[in-house]
Design a protein. Structure first.
Length: 327
């Protein structure tokens, strides 16, 4: 504990509901352990430019319920270069920051790993991403809120679909992971779910619709933005040609999935992981992401936490569940 007196904290990459709750937990845990906290604005870009400020209890008052991040976030091309990381390290030393907590996803952790290995600087990461695509934690901060946002939106779309006998294709986020589409699709009772991991393809979707119930005039199809078919609008064009009897509409939910007040689950998860990150640094942890698996706090090296091909694998059992429930 004598080695660490000042902890820096930043958020990087895409924002996720619950990031503010995580920041609050980091600041309050540091104060509890009589440590100083330095806030870093705009992620790694702010780190390079020394955009720092001292944080205290007032800095994090009344933020646990807010979406977004009070520390702002940005992507940094400069940090991808050795020169940029050299400048970032100089800023950390110039401001007497002894360790760093980063909140973000795989891109954030890739940068954090470089900072740790190149400069032997203590860094612990918090999994803040709506995609839930990191190893070493059952759920990432923001995922629960995002899927509930999708469910709430699609429930409203379903009302319109039933009123007008329409088929709605709803595109949700998930460039490389279909977990948002999968769980929200099950939650809304979608007739079909298209995700990168399943490789259903447009012909598979056509077969699914052709063999489905003929007496059900309204339908919901959930499409992950990363599906190789090419997105909701391309799917819609194909279906209009193959099923001219359907009144087909497309809705892209977009960035509303990132915003909004975090759910209770995300607030509690972010709070638990934020405290654990500070305690981990005090105990000598570095180059790791703190996560929660089976309700237990664990630390996972960055190079393993960053998504692999099998990260959060969508098993055949999940796909069978979708098939059964879509009848």
């Amino acid at each position: 504990m004598n080695k660490i007196k000042n902890i820096g904290v930043l958020t990087s990459g895409g924002d996720a509901p619950g990031m503010n709750a995580a920041i609050r937990a980091v600041v309050r845990a540091a104060i509890y352990y009589d440590l100083k906290v330095t806030g870093i604005l705009r992620g790694y870009e702010g780190l390079i430019h020394g955009d720092f400020f001292d944080m205290d209890r007032k800095s994090v008052a009344n933020i646990i319920q807010r979406g977004g991040t009070i520390l702002k976030t940005a992507r940094s091309d400069a940090f991808r270069t050795k020169e940029g990381r050299d400048e970032a390290y100089k800023q950390l030393k110039a401001h007497d920051i002894d360790a760093l907590i980063v909140i973000g996803g795989d891109g954030t952790f890739t940068g954090a790993q470089l900072l740790t290995t190149e400069y032997n600087f203590p860094v612990v990461g918090l999994p803040g991403t709506i995609d839930n695509d990191l190893e070493g934690t059952d759920f990432t901060i923001g995922y629960d809120t995002a899927i509930n946002t999708v469910v709430n939106a699609v429930d409203k779309i379903r009302d319109t679909a039933e009123s007008h006998d329409r088929l709605f294709i709803v595109e949700v986020m998930g460039r490389d992971s279909g977990l948002i589409a999968l769980r929200s699709g099950i939650g809304v009772g979608a007739e079909a779910i298209m995700i990168p991991e399943a490789n259903m393809g447009v012909e598979g979707l056509v077969t699914r619709l052709a063999s489905g119930r003929k007496d059900k005039s309204s339908k919901i199809i959930i499409v992950a933005e990363g599906d190789e078919v090419g997105g909701a609008f391309n799917v819609g064009e194909v279906l209009k040609e193959r099923f001219p009897q359907y009144d087909i509409r497309v809705s892209v939910l977009g960035h509303i999935q990132r915003g909004g007040r975090p759910s209770c689950m995300d607030r509690v998860l972010a709070s638990s992981l934020g405290v654990a990150a500070v305690e981990g640094l005090i105990a000598g942890q570095s180059g790791v992401m703190v996560g929660q698996v089976n309700r237990e706090i664990i630390f996972t090296p960055f190079d393993h936490a960053i998504k692999h091909i099998d990260a959060k694998e969508i098993t055949p059992a999940w796909l069978k569940l979708v098939e059964i429930l879509s009848l």
